[in-house]
Design a binder for this molecule. Sequence first.
Ligand code: GDP
Ligand code: IMO
Ligand code: MG
Length: 429
Amino acid sequence: MKVDVLLGLQWGDEGKGKIVDVLTPKYDIVARFQGGPNAGHTIEFDGYKFILHTIPSGIFNKNTINVIGNGVIIDAYILSKELDNLTAKNIETKDNLFISKKAHLILPSHRLLDAAYEQEKGELKIGSTLKGIGPTYTDKTARNGLRIGDILSTNFKERYDTLKNKHLQILDYFKFDYSNHQLDGDLFDVYEKNWFKALERIKSYKLIDSEYFINKALQDGKSILAEGAQGTLLDLEFGSYPFVTSSNTITAGVCSGLGISPKKVGKVFGIFKAYCTRVGSGPFPTELMDDDGKILRDIGNEYGSTTGRPRRCGWLDIPALKYSIMLDGVDELLMMKADVLSPFDKIKVCTSYKINNQDTEEIPFDGLSQNIEPQYEEVAGWRKDLTQLKNIDKSPEELVSYAKYIEKLVDTPISVISVGPDRQQTLFR
Ligand code: GDP
Ligand code: IMO
Ligand code: MG
């Protein structure tokens, strides 16, 4: 068996959570391989709405094991609040959530560093979710980090204090007054106390050597789905650097984030919105600052699942989509939020860029300092509500044409069209 992969092809929030939940009944194991609580994955069914940050989106199926892989970074307190939310709705997690011992810990002081670095950057700030992502991955690569397996050791508190004190020295340098700084509404001391309480809770979960677990499961013929967080255009290597996250969000990240060989990667599902959104700073060639952008935001309810910030909205960007498909080796595409385009008579699609009077389909090295003029083609809209559609055969002709048009441009088939946030609002082609 091989590990199938589902990941975002844009700047995140494509609807990964919804689709992983829809696909989960086909899989024995769902595993997150990178990122941390910067992610916000929304799942809606039976009138319930859940937003997961750390826990894989397969958790709603009792028969599926959910693994938080070694490439993920964990804030114990945020994870514990996610567990509370699930428990409150009688979703069982004790037997089907496994956590890699090699996953790194986000310390409360990593979050302070995130805030201090962003403050220091001023106008050039990344627009980070301030969950401590950059500083935690920095400590991981600098070989200072603490991992989930370390919480079982007797000198954990000592090691925690050593790392925290390092962080406090850096904060001192930045003259960052952390005693009054709020972390999701809590002062540092309160947050830290809750964080330690949460660690105790995490100890009662199955802490595993996830690379052995995953590879044994493959040998035993189990089916596995790797769930991406963020999106390809936020990848540390290939995203719009420095306006990126600090992990490898692309298919290659699955190998290091779960401990599987590239030969074990199976089908790659690439998920994209029928338009584009981005939250935080950085280049966004097709961004709309006009009424059309407002319509996309209002109808699409484009506000961050993790931070509540309004998402920037724009038309679909084909050069960017092709770039992601190339990097990820996408086999099948899933087009999300088609229903949001219903108000438009004409839908614009960016098919190339003009940079310094030259036409190109390639993303430039530095998207911010270049004047990128998106070149658009227009296609007919459908002007019909799609949210009640139950069958792809009943969809308006223009929707089918839009899907075929994109398939041709990117030379990859679209297997799913999503027409609403609910599990049921998913059309298979
Ligand atoms: P993720 O981070 O990729 O899992 O995506 P988010 O959950 O952050 O953002 C996607 C948002 O769109 C969520 O609020 C979903 O409930 C919602 N959503 C997903 N698919 C659709 C769809 O086809 N139509 C509409 N209108 N909303 C959708
Ligand atoms: P999901 O998994 C959308 C963005 C932030 C910021 C940049 C760096 O829900 O798709 P970070 O907190 O990682 O230091 O922020 O990346 N970002 C996301 N945008 N969806 C996400 O996750 C994101 N995770 C991070 O807004 O611009
Ligand atoms: Mg999200």
